[in-house]
Design a protein around this ligand. Sequence first.
Ligand code: ATP
Ligand code: ZN
Length: 299
Amino acid sequence: MRSHDRLRIAIQKSGRLSDPARDLLARAGLQFRESRDRLFCYGESLPIDLLLVRDDDIPGLIAEGVCDLGVVGQNVLEEQAAERLSQGLDAAFKVIKPLGFGRCRLSVAVPNEWDGADLSRLNGKRIATSYPNLLRQWIAEQKLDAEAVLLSGSVEIAPRLGKAEAICDLVSSGATLVANQLKEVAVILQSEAVLAGPAKPFGDERADLAAMLLRRLEGVLSLRASKLVLFQSRRALLPELMKLLPDAELPTVMSLEGRAEEVGVQVLCRSAMTWQRLEDMKRAGASNMLVLPVEQMLA
Ligand code: ATP
Ligand code: ZN
């Protein structure tokens, strides 16, 4: 039985989620001693250790209590929850916090030459996928009569190999689909990386460690969206301009050398600045706008 005064987080050993997961934990102040087998990394700054594994193993490791938390795609988590459900088991793990990276979607795609996007054309057809449980759920919801064919890799070439007529796979840019002469006809799931944990709360020291980690992650994530916005405007226009920045803190207003009517403004905005918002500000009289990322913050 492992001791419960340390928290153990599983992340992907190598793949799309490894670097962003490590980067996020590092920003939350976690430092690790790399071990030679690169499976287990001892936490040096806090009693929080890392387990480096295949992403597909993470939900099971949480369910078995081998690790306490994991960074994994919602796609993997929900597929395994659906699988457990089909076996009459409860999920045993849950999403604690979406992390804002690893965004993709699980989609059904068909050969380009199928005309239209009428889903009933999938009736009687085989759909190749690595996500059979989510696909079967979707087929049932859509009242289709299609067969999910399990393939572990290179799902996109299944139609050309004659193994299936359609596919259900992860898509981000869509370039892989285009390269394989496939087109997307339905999105089954929108996914991003999440912090996952057990369905039941920790009843020991791990609860405090997990709460602290979560607080720090929330800080890091909200900082990522925060922007420092600088602009100039006529002083009289400032109240109207601030109405366009409803999530902003109080602005610092500075005078501009030689321009009595005008001010330079510096303001922290808590959510993403969009081009649309900048254009609205321009129209309301702001000029020389700059949007800067925020590195660290201490109120
Ligand atoms: P492992 O060896 O750990 O099993 P893998 O091949 O299953 O690796 P990756 O290709 O690294 O995994 O993908 C990991 C996760 O990244 C996916 O489960 C998904 O959540 C996310 N992801 C984001 N965009 C994409 C994409 N375009 N294709 C595949 N996965 C993506
Ligand atoms: Zn995997």
